[in-house]
Design a protein around this ligand. Structure first.
Ligand SMILES: *Cc1c(COP(=O)(O)O)cnc(C)c1O
Length: 376
């Protein structure tokens, strides 16, 4: 059996090595390391793929979130509502910009931000909502956009984990996650669904004025050379990373399909067990692109299962072990434990199994057999 890994980037690379190498060689041949034509080409291709007017590449997904918030002109003290159950980057940039993070609970079934919890958290100071499409599963953007419209709030989608996922609306129309809110961010960290071979990120928006503002912010607040109109940052996608992404973007749909296939096989083997809640496969067909394959373990020792799998050489991980509202950096006297029943429950139940584009049937069988062997 091929060695089990949480993410197998080497096997994926081996299949496209010639294309990736040629693309990188193009940067070396032209010495266009910063803002080269590869960056521009990637921007255009991604705009087309997502069907969004503007993609602004930047250095990583955390910068992308920060710059999106800077672009909206949010001011210190403005309240920004986001999910309690996510990677810390989301709340980190809110706090860094001296905005006030307001963490709220998530839903048990899809682990995304709870619509009821958002409604409860809105105050006159609320300015924005940041849904995270967690583990590749699109959040309920239809409901979130309706709340935002009613209360005149911005919506910033953290799409670091769900590039290529669709959001299906009740009238049957589909839009790509990350193209529905006022502005969105993504990450091209190597293990993400569209990963480069280092750091990378991007901001998306359909708003021409906002896109213009953001293009200046990523470049030291410059709209005209050496004229600094606003306080900006330096955040660039380098040309070599753009070259990798140009080679990989044509495979994104097949990569996401490979993840969905693996998830379907995991689900088939693990469904119906009284101690396992398998991830919900959305009925729309493509709202979940399985950045992670995450089970909930009920009434059994989740940590014991994890140790059993590790002992058998099966990598697995707890995403995420501590809710953000209990992290030292983000404690807030306003938070009440009874408002976080779902995240407090999820951190004790979740376990993520290997998920990537190169999983084969033998590996999946070994992993699911090992899970069932422990839970019996
Ligand atoms: C990976 C990730 C980020 C940050 O991306 P980086 O490129 O590592 O800065 C932000 N939000 C979520 C939900 C992520 O998974």
């Amino acid at each position: 059996m091929k060695k089990l890994q949480m993410v197998d980037l080497k096997s994926q690379y081996d299949k496209i090595a010639a294309t990736v190498n040629a693309s990188i060689q193009g940067v070396l041949d032209t010495n266009t390391y910063i803002n080269g034509p590869q960056v521009h080409a990637f921007q255009k291709s991604l705009e087309e793929y997502l069907d969004v007017k503007h993609v602004i590449p930047c250095a990583n997904g955390t910068d992308a979130l920060q710059i999106a918030m800077m672009g909206l002109g949010l001011k210190p003290g403005d309240e920004v509502i986001t999910a309690d159950f996510t990677f810390a980057a989301t709340v980190e940039v809110i706090a860094l910009l001296q905005l006030t993070p307001v963490l709220v609970d998530v839903d048990l079934d899809n682990m995304n931000i709870s619509i009821d919890a958002i409604k409860k958290a809105i105050t006159p100071r609320t300015k924005a909502i940041v849904p995270v499409h967690l583990f590749g599963r699109a959040a309920n953007m239809e409901a979130i956009m309706a709340i935002a419209k009613e209360h005149n709030l911005y919506v910033i989608e953290d799409n670091a984990q769900a590039i290529g996922a669709n959001c299906t609306f009740s009238d049957g129309t589909k839009k790509k996650a990350g193209t529905i809110g006022h502005v969105s961010s993504t990450s091209f960290f190597p293990s993400k669904n569209l990963g480069c071979y280092g750091d990378g990120g991007a901001i998306f928006t359909n708003d021409d004025d906002l896109a213009h503002i953001i293009r200046g912010i990523v470049n030291h607040g410059m709209y005209e050379r050496y004229h600094h109109d606003v306080v900006g940052v330096n955040s660039r996608l380098d040309s070599i990373q753009a070259a990798v992404l140009n080679a990989k973007l044509p495979f994104l749909n097949s990569y996401n399909n490979a993840r969905r296939d693996a998830a379907a096989k995991y689900n088939a083997a693990l469904s119906g067990h009284s101690n396992i809640v398998i991830p919900e496969f959305d009925s729309n067909g493509d709202d979940h692109v399985f950045h992670q394959y995450t089970l909930r373990i009920i009434d059994k020792d989740r940590d014991g299962l994890m140790q059993h799998l590790l002992d058998k050489g099966i990598p697995c991980a707890i995403y995420y072990p501590i809710p953000l509202h209990l992290q030292k950096a983000y404690l807030d006297v306003r938070y009440k434990e009874e408002d976080f029943t779902i995240t407090n429950q999820l951190v004790t139940e979740v376990i993520s199994l290997p998920m990537h584009t190169e999983l084969d049937d033998e590996q999946i069988k070994f992993i699911t057999d090992s899970v069932l062997e422990y839970l019996k």
